[in-house]
Design a protein around this ligand. Structure first.
Ligand code: HPA
Length: 271
């Protein structure tokens, strides 16, 4: 039973931390250096946490980190599980649910994504305004766990409008160019075909990625406020002639990591 596993994990973590975290952060591929900006209090490899599963993807280290930035208590997931790794949706959202049960009020999700919005370039950022779930699954399938939220959660403001405004303000003040738009969530692990990207553009998307949607659904189920930022690590298939590689994704993420960390460190202190 998920709820029993969650209770065990949350009990284990609570016995190791002094303060309740207010904000949870999920760091995407190649964006893990954010934790160097924190005063780290407790860092636990996924393998040391009951019911956590170590990630298998390169560029995802797999640590749960508790600490502060300017006095604000954070819990940070450095590395995440993806559906394409073969995990169930329930397993993919387990860490987000643990953060929710630890008492966070806000979940900040980051990811790397392929861009196909007008004017996008590799290295740009996109504030996610909404998503389209094309993963063919949903983490809330199956009997509802009422301790975690209602049977039919509302998703009208899945991405909190006030948090979107704050993110815009910070990007502007830091003179960092950004987009706002819809993220299309797919399973991967193949990158898309050019025709799929044309379809995503036709239905209103600007970015595509293989994560985020499950965690954002689980967080909304729980009633958390959610913000999400994509790092456009590459132009999506067919937008550029180039073949896509995971190396390009991690290299771009590394290049923009400093700007990304500057944004995120300010963002967590202003929300
Ligand atoms: N497609 C899907 N997921 C991604 C991409 C992409 O082009 N880039 C980074 N994650």
């Amino acid at each position: 039973m998920v709820i029993e596993k969650l209770t065990e994990t949350v009990g284990f973590l609570k016995s190791r931390i002094k303060n309740k975290p207010r904000i949870g952060v999920i760091l995407g591929s190649g964006l893990g250096h954010f934790v160097q900006h924190m005063q780290i209090e407790v860092a636990l490899p996924f393998g040391d946490i009951p019911n956590f599963i170590p990630p298998t993807v390169e560029g995802h280290s797999g640590n749960l980190i508790f600490g502060k930035i300017e006095g604000i208590d954070l819990v940070v997931l450095q590395g995440r599980l993806h559906y394409y790794e073969g995990h169930s949706m329930e397993t993919v959202v387990f860490p987000a649910r643990v953060m929710a049960l630890l008492g966070i009020e806000i979940l900040v999700v980051t990811n790397s994504a392929g861009g196909y919005g007008d004017g996008m370039k590799a290295g740009d950022f996109m504030i996610i305004e909404d998503h389209i779930n094309l993963m063919g699954n949903n983490p809330l399938m199956g009997p509802n766990i009422k301790e975690l939220g209602p049977r039919f959660p509302d998703m009208t403001q899945a991405y909190d409008p006030e948090l979107i405004e704050t993110a815009e303000r910070i990007f502007r003040s830091q003179k960092t160019f950004f987009h706002k738009g819809i993220y299309v969530g797919v399973t991967g692990p193949t990158y898309e075909t050019p025709s799929e990207i044309k379809m995503f553009k036709a239905i209103g998307g600007k970015a595509v990625g293989m994560s985020t949607v499950p965690e954002v659904i689980a967080a909304n189920h729980f009633g958390l406020r959610v913000a999400a930022i994509s790092c456009i690590t590459n132009l999506a298939a067919g937008v550029s002639e180039k073949k896509l590689t995971h190396d390009e994704v991690t290299e771009t993420a590394k290049k923009v990591e400093q700007k990304f960390c500057a944004f995120l460190t300010e963002f967590v202190t202003k929300i």
